[in-house]
Ligand binder design. Sequence first.
Ligand SMILES: [Fe+2]
Ligand SMILES: [Fe+2]
Length: 214
Amino acid sequence: MTKRKQTFIDQCIAHADQALRTVFGEPIGSGRENPAQPASDNELSATDKAESIRLMRVNHAGEVCAQALYQGQALTARSQKTRSKMTQAAVEENDHLSWCRQRIHQLGGHTSLLNPAWYAGSLAMGAASGLLGDKWSLGFLAETETQVVKHLEGHLQRLPADDSKSHAILQQMQTDEAKHQATAIKAGGVELPVPVKKMMTLMSKIMTTATYRI
Ligand SMILES: [Fe+2]
Ligand SMILES: [Fe+2]
């Protein structure tokens, strides 16, 4: 077996492992403390608890998509520098994934049953954008993060006021996503055409609406 083939097989195994961890298992993050840890654990009404579970389920699914996008782009990114930036951001997204999942379980809820489908679709989109070249894939990433920051702003307004732990998680995620957006622009990401941005908004609307329920 040639070295090239071994490398390809190694990559496939590593990506399959990441995929399974993202959708079903324990993702490997940066080891940062969960921001919910120091936040007060207020008693929530049954209605508030159910709403927090639904919103955090959407955010968890968003992080599954983020993982898949980053992993897909890392598969096809042309430059080593871009690949390593994608991989580093994916580690931070793993923190978000773990924090959201832990909070959903604390509240007695479950993650979305649709996650395998979101993962597969986002992986394909990430790989396709990577094939267009680094400036476009970084632009796609920057636009994704811009939209996620706006989305998180909305969820911070909608979360029950007493749910301090979920608030703390979303605030830290918002800070990280803004940083990822700035990094992607700095690395050479270009502005996407308006129709592409509109299509991305529409797709995320479909994802968030479905995941809120299932
Ligand atoms: Fe994230
Ligand atoms: Fe991000």
